[in-house]
Write a protein of this length. Structure first.
Length: 280
């Protein structure tokens, strides 16, 4: 059983790959999850995994992140062998949004979540974070969200309603006192992206952007991803961020890429499709 997979990479792209898969395949108790995947993703690129529900998108993302085992094929993140060096791969691939894995606690404030993530990244002998560190991270997240909203406001009239900017008001204050339960699904998605980015890993994976039900929210999410990637590239051009994201329909990212064409410059934008495997 084969799934359709084809990366679209610019011919001028450099030979080195951030992600490389050959004949990558996984089986489950009910049969194949995905199989025969060949994928090359250059550093600083965006790769979009498209496919219907049940086509294996989440499992593919987690396998690339070294968090699920595959049965066949060869895969590398940089020079690391995914199948043989999964622990080191997990240090190189941050997981942004994956339902059930990155869910935020509703009764935690933003500051509590951030402090917890930052402490995990620090040496064991420093089990605390300063208020200034928290404010700095919060401000980066807010700036990214605001920039993404401004992009939506510039899109041609008729794509989105005039109330979009108002609906996008961010609830988070400078000290992160807002509870997760007060945030919209889009705000939670952006926080998960922000948390995943704290480790400054070279790769981030984000699953199922379609769970954002409103089209304008999906567009804002794609805009935020692209804008954050551009911020990383400008800050550290030698180590650009590579993004792998999944969705059922990529028309929203096409719209945002067009709107951002003069402001962001990912190395390349690749798309490939997964088909649902028959179950035994």
């Amino acid at each position: 059983m084969q799934s359709t997979s084809q990366a679209l990479v610019d011919e001028t792209e450099q030979a080195v790959s951030q992600i490389s898969l050959r004949e990558w395949g996984m089986s489950g108790k009910q049969g194949g999850v995905f199989s025969g995947i060949d994928l090359e993703v250059p550093p600083g690129a965006i790769s979009i995994i498209q496919g219907p529900a049940g086509s294996g998108k989440t499992s593919l993302l987690l396998s690339i992140a070294g968090r699920m085992r595959v049965d066949t094929g060869e895969g590398h993140v940089g020079e690391l062998d995914i199948r043989k060096q999964s622990r080191r791969v997990r240090e190189q691939v941050s997981v942004g949004h994956v339902a059930g894995l990155t869910d935020l606690e509703n009764d935690f404030t933003l500051a509590q979540h951030l402090a917890e993530r930052l402490i995990m990244l620090q040496p064991w002998y420093k089990p605390w974070v300063s208020k200034s560190s928290l404010r700095e991270v919060i401000e980066v997240i807010r700036e990214t969200f605001t920039s993404a909203t401004e992009v939506i406001d510039r899109l041609p009239e008729g794509n989105f309603s005039a109330s979009d900017a108002k609906d996008a008001d961010f609830l988070i204050d400078d000290e992160g006192k807002a509870f997760v339960s007060e945030l919209s699904e889009l705000q939670k998605f952006l926080l998960e992206l922000g948390f995943a980015s704290l480790a400054q890993a070279p790769v981030v994976v984000l699953d199922n952007i379609d769970y954002l039900r409103e089209r304008e929210d999906r567009a804002r999410a794609w805009a935020a991803i692209l804008i954050y990637q551009e911020l990383r590239r400008k800050r550290d051009p030698e180590h650009p961020l590579t993004v792998i994201a999944s969705c059922e329909d990529s028309s929203d990212v096409d719209l945002v890429l067009d709107a951002l064409s003069t402001e962001v410059s990912p190395t390349s934008v690749g798309k490939f499709s997964l088909t649902r495997h028959p179950r035994h």
